[in-house]
Each structure stands twice: as structure tokens, then as C-alpha cells.
Ligand binder design. Structure first.
Ligand code: PLP
Length: 416
């Protein structure tokens, strides 16, 4: 796993002159290169391949616009995410609306945009029919539940709140078809941050078998299978990225075997990956402001869990680099902590690092997805800026830091 930074200590010091820490910085060229490799890996798909970037992973219009220009769509699950996709110029079937527990106004907005509607539950057929009315194209989200033997790799989907049962799928397609829906898709997503490549082949096998079975049984046609997101990234040094070429080859083999020569030959393949598209190419840049020695050694930084929730929320590992000290031995053991009045506000626990001094930059890796996006305001902490590091080394501010005025904007002190 390559742990080098796309900037030197001198470069980040120069960026810091105009942009106070903490901020997230995204490597534009690396995101583009990775997106291109991803799309190329599936270029064989006879009917086409599309990744709908999961907006929740990095809901910044500059990033969405860039990915859109490379051919990606947007996977949305809320009003704000639909509006973001609309604002960057995405239209119609470039938008996938994979939501759950969905309010009516969000269905109305998705239908107005012509988005692909991916239903989470069979009862939503009636819900939409009684509201704005059903579209011509519908996708259903499958929850495979307790699986048959030999498919243990998929874990325990029966514990997940999402999706239709197998019986509900058939009933749903039958009902939708009777109500005039003519175009269909099938979706599933039952894991997150998964590094086992075979898992994604298994998911495709499951969906290919199922569209074949349902299309024969109900005499309906399917336009796409949507394998969802969930491709993991190697947060830890010993982990390895998912080999997309291997996944692609595995899917291709089964697709050809089962579908070639049938009326489903040419069915499109969709995904909704967020994390693997941008995750490894974002960095939270913060500074050491305090050093505290009690029962343990602490480094207090000027960022907190409000800037990056994953370590506090899931105990997730995020690699840390001290620019300029990459080659020093990691002979100190620190807890790297933020300022929230919450003891789980720690970016790292018992982490071997080189000696850290006041004003050292502390760079936290892999914050390009589910990082800034999960920001929150607990303790009145303000959300950080987002910067885009351009190929020529310049920096574009793509989200300004929140201000105290933003924080107080929903309060009316005049009515005290
Ligand atoms: C979160 C989510 C994704 C994206 O997941 P990643 O781990 O970022 O790839 C895709 N689809 C749905 C329905 C999701 O909830």
C-alpha cells in the first residue's frame, strides 16, 4: 500500500498560508485516473456499464461535476442529494434514486428529474401510485435474506432493514407490470467497505440468476442489474485494494455463460460505488496544537470528530503521516485526539508515530469518502473547508469553512 502524500511539507505549508487547518484536500488527478480505470475495467459490458457515484460519500458539486464529465451518474437517497445532482447538470437516467423510508416529496422530485426509481419496499408501489403516479421504469432492491448453502460470503442480509424478499420481488414486478410499468431493473447491496473481490462476483451471479428466473417466469424484460456500492478500500497498510479487473472478468464469464443468446444478452450493468472512487484520494490536514502526558501520551490537534467521524463512530483505522517526518522512526506512541467533550474523539489510539512537535502537520489519510460528508456540529464545532489539489499544484477551494454565523443561522436571538 502506497502511503506517500501528493504534497510535500513545503507545499502543504504554502497551501496553509491561505487555508487555515483543518481542511480536507482531494487529489483531482488521482481521482480522475482511478475513475477512468474503474470505468475501463467494465467497458466490455455489451449493453453498457455505469457507475452511479454515491453522492453521500462526497457530496460536493465540483467532484460530482468532474465524475459526471467522466461518464458517471449519481446515486441519491435524499432531497439534497437529488438537488445536487440536478445542479451539476445530471438529468433523467443519469440519476439513480436508491432511498429507503422515503418521504413523498423526495419521490416527487426524483420523478420530476426523470431519475431511475429504485424501490426499497413493495408497499412503496401503492405509495407512489397514490401520489405522483408510477414511472415507466422501476427498479427493486433485493434483500437475499438467509441464503442457500455455498453463498455464505454474503453475510447476514436478514438483519438489514433494506430491500424486498424474493417472494415480494415477484409479486412487485407482477403488480407493477399490471399497473403499466414496462421497463425494469434489479438491485441489491448487502455489504459495505468489502475488500473480498469474490463477494462482488457472487453478487452479480445472484442478480444474473434472478433476472433470468423472473423474466422467464413473469415474461418481463430487464434493462439492467445494479450491484450497488460497497467496494472497500485498504485503510490499513496490510490490506489490498479490490482487483477490479478480476471482479470484471468474473462477472463477464458468468454473464456470457448464462445470458448470451438469451433475450437478456445486452442487459446493462450498474454500480453505485462511492468509497472506492474518491476515498483514498482525500486527506484531512490538521495541526498539533497541544501535547499532553498523563497515563498516556496525547497529541491534541485542531480537528475533531466533527471533521472525520469514522474513527470515533466505528473505531475505524485511518493512516497518519507527519509531513517532513516520513523517514523518521516511529518510536513514540500517541493517542491523536480532538477537542470534543467525548472520549471517543480520537483519530488514533496507541499509534506508533515519530516525535510530534507543536505546529507539525498531522495528515489523516483516506478521507475522500464518508469523511467531510459525515461532518456534524456537536459542541458547536464548525465543519471544515474542502480543497481540490489541481494537477499543476494549485489549490481550489470547493467548500469554504463553516462560520459561527452559519452555525447560528437557524436561531433567532431577537425573540429572546
Ligand atoms: C452508501 C451506499 C452506496 C455507496 O457505498 P460505498 O461504500 O461508498 O461504495 C451505494 N448505494 C447505496 C444504496 C448506499 O446506501
Amino acid at each position: 500500500m502506497n502511503r506517500s502524500l501528493p504534497f510535500s511539507k513545503e507545499e502543504i505549508t504554502a497551501i496553509n498560508q491561505n487555508h487555515p487547518t483543518p481542511f480536507h484536500i482531494y487529489d483531482q488527478k488521482a481521482i480522475q485516473k482511478n475513475a477512468e480505470a474503474f470505468l475501463n475495467a467494465f467497458a466490455w459490458a455489451p449493453g453498457g456499464f455505469r457507475n452511479y457515484f454515491a453522492v453521500k460519500a462526497l457530496p460536493n458539486p465540483h467532484i460530482l461535476k468532474m465524475l459526471h464529465s467522466q461518464g458517471m451518474g449519481a446515486d441519491c437517497s435524499s432531497m439534497a442529494e437529488l438537488i445536487l445532482a440536478e445542479k451539476v447538470g445530471m438529468r433523467g437516467e443519469e440519476i439513480m434514486f436508491t432511498s429507503n423510508d422515503t418521504p413523498m416529496d423526495e419521490y416527487e422530485k426524483a420523478l420530476e428529474l426523470g431519475a431511475v426509481i429504485n424501490l426499497d419496499d413493495i408497499s412503496h408501489l401503492d405509495f407512489i401510485k397514490q401520489g405522483p403516479g408510477l414511472p415507466e421504469l422501476l427498479c427493486f432492491r433485493y434483500n437475499p435474506g438467509p441464503l442457500k448453502e455455498g453463498n455464505a460470503i454474503i453475510g447476514s442480509p436478514e438483519e438489514a432493514k433494506y430491500g424486498f424478499t424474493r417472494e415480494q420481488l415477484k409479486e412487485g414486478y407482477r403488480k407493477a407490470s399490471a399497473w403499466g410499468v414496462t421497463r425494469f431493473g434489479l438491485h441489491t447491496m448487502v455489504a459495505s467497505n468489502e475488500l473480498n473481490a469474490d463477494y462482488f462476483i457472487e453478487t452479480a451471479v445472484l442478480l444474473i440468476d434472478l433476472v433470468k428466473e423472473i423474466s422467464e417466469e413473469l415474461d418481463i424484460n430487464f434493462e439492467f442489474i445494479n450491484l450497488g456500492g460497497g467496494i472497500g478500500i485498504p485503510y490499513k497498510a496490510e490490506e489490498k485494494a479490490v482487483d477490479l479487473k478480476y471482479v470484471s472478468a468474473g462477472i463477464k464469464k458468468y454473464y456470457s455463460k448464462i445470458l448470451s443468446g438469451t433475450k437478456l444478452d445486452g442487459i446493462k450493468i450498474y454500480m453505485e460505488c462511492g468509497r472506492m472512487v474518491t476515498g483514498p484520494y482525500g486527506y484531512l490536514v490538521t495541526k498539533a496544537i497541544h501535547k499532553k502526558d498523563t497515563y498516556k501520551h496525547y497529541i491534541g490537534v485542531d480537528a475533531c470528530m466533527a471533521d472525520l467521524m469514522r474513527p470515533g463512530l466505528y473505531g475505524a483505522y485511518h493512516h497518519i503521516t507527519i509531513p517532513g517526518k516520513e523517514n523518521l522512526s516511529e518510536d513514540h506512541t500517541y493517542d491523536v485526539v480532538g477537542s470534543l467533550c467525548e472520549n471517543n474523539d480520537k483519530f488514533a489510539i496507541n499509534r506508533p508515530l515519530p516525535l510530534i512537535e507543536a505546529d507539525d502537520f498531522i495528515v489523516i489519510h483516506d478521507t475522500g469518502a464518508h469523511g467531510s460528508a459525515m461532518g456534524f456540529n456537536y459542541n458547536g464545532k464548525l465543519r471544515p473547508a474542502e480543497l481540490l489539489l489541481m494537477e499543476d499544484g494549485s489549490v481550489k477551494e470547493i467548500r469554504r469553512k463553516e462560520t459561527i454565523e452559519d452555525y447560528f443561522a437557524t436561531l433567532d436571538f431577537a425573540t429572546l
